[in-house]
Design a protein around this ligand. Sequence first.
Ligand code: ADP
Ligand code: ADP
Length: 226
Amino acid sequence: MATLTCRQLSKTYPGGHRAVEALDLTLEAGELMVIVGPSGCGKSTLLRMVAGLEAISGGQLIIGETVANALEPAERGIAMVFQNYALYPHMSVFDNMAYALKLQRRPRAEIERRVHEAATLLGIDALLERRPRQLSGGQRQRVAMGRAIVREPTVFLFDEPLSNLDAALRVQMRLEIRRLQQRLGASMLYVTHDQVEAMTLADRLVVMRDGRIEQIGTPMALFEKP
Ligand code: ADP
Ligand code: ADP
């Protein structure tokens, strides 16, 4: 049932720095796994290897039943939501959300259906004609999530998605992500610096240190440990 398996996954950067060391990790189907740990412990490197944005130095990445080490990013069935949203400033919200599907040469009707379904799910139907600069931070974050959702990925990756939002909005978006995960039955790997965010979102929590897993378990189990 696992959607994602890392077997002895490693990353050594040119120059010899070992950012991720022989990491074993299994993301179950429908699971929201949150990764925390000090800056520089390898969280982003791990996500980027899973997404195909960073070459894997050793071990195996298995997505579903497929060894994915050599797959192109677009072939992995994975969508990543970034901290800085990475929206195309010159495109409307609709076009931002439709972009990846247009690259895949999906039929127009399917693109429209998927964009409208995602927009409805996120409550941004009324914003589809706007440009990113005409949106609030929270709205931009929703568009970034919409861009991921329309691709109907097997796994969502989140790299500190809420860190540019104010505290109240962060709480609201957390609930939103939880709701989406339940509605979509999605598997999610979620990196954050924010302890509260980690505790409230995670089905399971991974604490990384120096490229390794220091602890893994439910928030409750980890919280109760001395
Ligand atoms: P985190 O996301 O937990 O802050 P990173 O994955 O960004 O950690 O970085 C892990 C380690 O790898 C850090 O020591 C960082 O300096 C190093 N690192 C990250 N990217 C590169 C790179 N492109 N080249 C060399 N070293 C890198
Ligand atoms: P994908 O197919 O995964 O959406 P793209 O090939 O469209 O990826 O782009 C790679 C990344 O670079 C994306 O996250 C995208 O948002 C960002 N990017 C590329 N061009 C622009 C741009 N003009 N403005 C903002 N972000 C951009």
